[in-house]
Design a protein around this ligand. Structure first.
Ligand SMILES: O=c1ccn([C@H]2C[C@H](O)[C@@H](CO)O2)c(=O)[nH]1
Ligand SMILES: [Zn+2]
Length: 128
């Protein structure tokens, strides 16, 4: 199954009663393992979490810390890009060359690199 199919498979498990905007994300780690996540909203709106964040948490729990590829699917007519916070979260575990594939509900596909999504990023390298 493709990484986009993995994201699609979990999308309907999203808990999004406030926005009604269900998002599924899938990460392939360098190890080859696949991790998925969905957005989980909260009555206290700012406490909601993104699908990408859920997939990253699952990845870390699974023992992986390097991302090889990311896929995101949203309920929109246009491909759903990761929010700013998720771009930073992804960059922590992915180099600028890593591809992020974004799919709309209508099947439109957009692929960008992490470096294109977050140019000039503050990265772990800056902490050395
Ligand atoms: O890439 C994205 C964009 C949005 N959302 C979620 C956050 C919120 O629950 C809902 C509407 O913004 O979609 C994600 O999970 N990932
Ligand atoms: Zn986000």
């Amino acid at each position: 199954m493709s990484l986009l199919d993995e994201a699609k498979k979990v999308q309907s498990k999203a808990y999004a009663p406030y926005s009604n905007f269900q998002v599924g994300a899938a990460i392939r780690a360098d190890s080859g393992a696949i991790y998925t996540g969905v957005n989980v909203e909260n009555a206290a709106y700012p406490e909601g979490t993104c699908a990408e964040a859920g997939a990253i948490a699952a990845m870390v729990l699974g023992g992986d810390t390097r991302i090889a590829e990311v896929a995101v699917i949203g309920d929109s007519d246009d491909p759903v890009p990761p929010c700013g916070g998720c771009r930073q979260k992804i960059r922590e575990f992915a180099g600028p060359e890593v591809k992020v594939s974004m799919l709309s509900r209508t099947g439109k596909l957009l692929t960008m690199t992490v470096g294109e999504l977050l140019p000039g990023a503050f990265t772990p390298d800056h902490m050395e």
